[in-house]
Each structure stands twice: as structure tokens, then as C-alpha cells.
Design a binder for this molecule. Structure first.
Ligand code: SF4
Length: 196
């Protein structure tokens, strides 16, 4: 058998595994035996590669999300296999599906129970804008109750689109200043949602 021995790899996937790359290091000064960078960059690097999602799935987009977590797409490749339905341990709220107006306050409560820093992704047309349900009972987008960082279009979005949205969240997390959450701009944003 050829070395190095590799386990559990289908021959058709071998080239994929050969192309696995490590995360890029942050900008810094690289010298002999040391690397210096800012604390902010290191924290951002850790945060963006260990996002813990809270899946809030109410209908068909949730099924696409299940496919996103399954082995073919496998979101754990992004350090996000640790799904939880407990807001206190999560930093990304992923809302997937139709949100009835009765459900709006619950989405908001879940968001408020999450510790800062927290991000929100609206997955699919329903969560983003109400989708095809332009009716009296459906919330026309979750941004009416919580601030949204990334919208993923589609009805339903394919797992590739959900992963693309997730990578955009990673970009935001990786570039966010540590001071943003204390800024007047951010406080004003929260204030516009009635959140202190
Ligand atoms: S966007 Fe389409 S697929 Fe997703 S929950 Fe709404 S109706 Fe279902």
C-alpha cells in the first residue's frame, strides 16, 4: 500500500483531501522564531473558525440545513459542527423557514438570550422577506424583530448557498473590531430594535 496511509477516503475524493489548506494567518510581523500580530487579529481568527450556530428551523429550509450538516457538505469543516439549541452557548442565530408573526417575539427572545458578540443569518426567502407568504399571519422578514448580518436568497437555498452565507458571516466575524459592540453606532442599531 502506498504511503502515507490515508483512512476513510474514497478514491474520487483523494484530490480534495490533498488540497486542504490551513487558515491564513493574520497580518503581522514574521521574524526568525517569532510572529507578532494584534490581539484583535488573533481573537478574530479564533472566532471566525469556531462559530457555534443555533439553528432556528421552522419549515422546508430547515431540511436544506440538515443536508448542509450531513457528510456531503459537512459544515463541521468550518469549525461549526457544534450545533446547540441553547442560546447562551451560541454566537450565530440561523433562522431557516417561515416565521409566523406569533413566532416573531420568540425569535427575538432567543436572540436576546445570546451573549455578545452574536450574529444572525436569514436563510431563505421566508426568513429574509416572508417569501411567497405575503399574508397577514407571516412576518415579512426577521429583520423586523432582530438585526440581520447576512441574507441567503433562495426557496429553498441549496446547501452551497447556505455555506456561502456562512462564509460571509466568517468574513464579517474575522474583520470585526473588538470595539464595535461598544460603539454608539451599534448601540443605536440595538436601540432601533428596542434592545439595550
Ligand atoms: S424559502 Fe421556500 S423552502 Fe424556505 S421555508 Fe420558505 S417556502 Fe420553504
Amino acid at each position: 500500500m502506498a504511503r502515507p496511509v490515508r483512512f476513510n477516503i474514497h478514491p474520487k475524493q483523494a484530490d480534495i483531501h490533498d488540497n486542504i489548506a490551513l487558515s491564513d494567518p493574520p497580518n503581522g510581523i514574521n521574524g526568525e522564531g517569532y510572529f507578532a500580530t494584534s490581539l484583535e487579529s488573533i481573537i478574530a481568527l479564533g472566532r471566525k473558525n469556531s462559530i457555534w450556530p443555533l439553528p432556528f428551523a421552522t419549515s422546508c429550509c430547515g431540511i436544506e440545513f440538515m443536508a448542509t450538516m450531513a457528510p456531503t457538505y459537512d459544515m463541521s469543516r468550518f469549525g461549526s459542527e457544534r450545533m446547540a439549541f441553547t442560546p447562551r452557548q451560541c454566537d450565530l442565530l440561523m433562522v431557516m423557514g417561515t416565521i409566523a408573526k406569533k413566532m416573531g417575539p420568540i425569535v427575538r427572545q432567543v436572540y436576546m438570550q445570546m451573549a455578545e458578540p452574536r450574529w444572525v443569518m436569514a436563510v431563505g426567502a421566508c426568513a429574509s422577506s416572508g417569501g411567497i407568504f405575503d399574508t397577514y399571519s407571516v412576518l415579512q422578514g426577521i429583520d423586523q424583530v432582530v438585526p440581520v448580518d447576512v441574507y441567503v436568497p433562495g426557496c429553498p437555498p441549496r446547501p452551497e448557498a447556505i455555506i456561502d452565507g456562512f462564509m460571509r458571516i466568517q468574513d464579517l466575524v474575522g474583520k470585526e473590531s473588538l470595539r464595535r459592540r461598544n460603539s454608539e453606532h451599534y448601540k443605536a442599531l440595538m436601540g432601533s430594535y428596542g434592545i439595550q
